[in-house]
Design a protein around this ligand. Sequence first.
Ligand code: ATP
Length: 287
Amino acid sequence: MIHEKAPAKINLTLDVLGKRPDGYHEVEMIMTTVDLYDRLTIEGARDGKIVIKSSDRYVPDDRRNLVYQAADLLRRRMGIRDGVTFTLDKRIPVAAGLAGGSSDAAAALRGLNRFWKLGLSLDELAEIGAEIGSDVPFCVYGGTAFATGRGEKIRHLPAPPNCWVILAKPDIGVSTADVYGKFDLSRARHPDITAMEAALRNGDYNGVCRNLGNVLEPVTMEMHREVAMLKDGMERFGADAVLMSGSGPTVFGLVSQEARVARIVNGLNGFCPEVHAVRMLGGRNST
Ligand code: ATP
């Protein structure tokens, strides 16, 4: 039996450069992992089956699950016929902009690499992961990185200075396709990625706070006013800086002073059903 953790990610920056001929958007993102995890347990299964047992009834337990797709692809690539059972303990909110499914798929690849003793490197697993989804390669490595292309080209960066991250997910579903569909490049306010990278290299917490930016934030906020209300609330209760992650609807706040965390969490609990106070994760994954 193998256990593997699948951490959530947040976007410190998210920029969209345009639509590509293949239908994907060209993006530039700085992402980092936080210590909110799904937990994956891997065991054998009879008759060559891929079995998924999930703690969350809204997560599919068949081929639509990215964990299934990861196992299926890895088996085909490596010529393996063994069955496998995944027990998926979901802690990351689903369809939240926190890459929960992608991180589960990445954890499945890392875990199966150990379970089947394949000896693949993280680079090889990331290359396989890119076939499953654009965020999977980043999730294979974890840590902090600049992602380009459709998100699958990764350059590693230093982790942000340690601080608290408060995640708040309103009780609404956001379709990533809708958000991208309504995104208007001519009106976008692009984040300053060079300044964010410099802040990370210098361990400059205030610089990280100043340079948070997500071109999709105004698009999602226009569709769902709950997101704007949460951002306002989080700022009012005392977060140092606040941004929506991915295409939303989760909003995260950075907080350097531990004494303020409880106040912000308590304040948000009044009108947001799902609030987590977590830490930044420094290190990258190992195989
Ligand atoms: P991203 O930030 O990469 O856009 P997300 O955090 O917004 O992702 P997910 O939690 O990955 O979204 O879920 C999106 C959809 O993917 C869900 O509605 C679900 O049906 C499907 N899905 C497939 N596999 C999983 C999984 N292992 N965990 C959660 N959702 C999954």
